[in-house]
Design a protein around this ligand. Structure first.
Ligand SMILES: [Zn+2]
Length: 251
């Protein structure tokens, strides 16, 4: 049975960057570009001057990177002290979150076209409501996107993973050796490793520019073994492979 990856590659890696931070534009995008790699950037587009804010991202999309949806207002649990009282996921309905996602989508489409696109759950959380009325909003996401990124324990098995609850490794404060280790461990097992990054020397969830550089150099040098591509692209490839597997099984 042929494996899921093309051209003799052994595994896949997706480099993902959340929240549209400035250092992604002036550090991550050029670093990926130097090594011929493409990533996924999950944006919110929530500012009043969102058209201005999204303008540089249109160029990023033009370079072949994926612009993913990360909701408009980035709603997270009210248990976080940075969430205003009464504005947490516990206080929202499914209609609220659908509207938030669709507003973001409209803005991203205006600079990056119709997709297919992937989604990233803000704060890795997928619910609205509390207690007996708490509900998952994964079904809403599955209706709208080819794939969605959460957080998890391991890399993703292309045969088994729920494409709308993909596991990723949060990489804040990791060095290059740790990130490369995650990619190589996944590749050794034929899996799809998704790394979640935020700022490069920016914010509280940062990685160092030097570590991103070494990671990208490694992935570029290993491109015949490791397929590095945006989340939506790998998800589309996995879906097509699953379709072929199912068709073979019916024969
Ligand atoms: Zn976020």
């Amino acid at each position: 049975m042929a494996g899921p990856w093309s051209d003799g590659q052994c595994g896949a890696v997706s480099l993902t960057f959340d929240d549209g931070l400035a250092s992604q534009l002036f550090r991550a995008v050029p670093t990926l570009g130097r090594h011929g790699l493409r990533g996924t950037f999950y944006l919110n587009a929530r500012s009043a001057r969102w058209e201005e804010g999204l303008a540089p991202w249109a160029d990023v999309a033009g370079l072949g990177h994926e612009l993913g949806n990360h909701t408009l207002t980035h709603p997270c649990s009210g248990n976080f002290d940075f969430v205003p009282a009464g504005r947490g996921l516990e206080d929202l309905t499914l209609e609220d979150i659908a509207q938030d996602i669709d507003s973001c989508e409209e803005r991203i489409r205006s600079v990056a076209g119709p997709g297919p696109r992937s989604f990233a759950y803000p704060c890795y959380q997928d619910f609205v409501g509390r207690g007996a009325r708490r509900q998952s909003y994964v079904p809403l996401v599955a209706e709208r996107f080819v794939a969605a990124r959460a957080r998890g324990e391991r890399a993703n098995d292309p045969a088994r993973a729920d494409l709308h609850w993909l596991w990723s490794f949060p990489c804040e404060r990791m060095d290059a050796a740790q990130m490369i280790g995650l990619c190589e461990t996944a590749t050794a097992r034929g899996l799809w490793c998704i790394l979640t990054l935020h700022g490069i020397h920016e914010g509280g969830l940062a990685v160092a520019a030097e570590d991103l550089e070494v990671l990208c150099a490694h992935l570029a040098a290993q491109r015949t073994r490791i397929w590095t591509a945006p989340v939506a692209e790998v998800a589309g490839h996995v879906l097509a492979w699953r379709g072929r597997q199912a068709a073979d099984g019916r024969r």
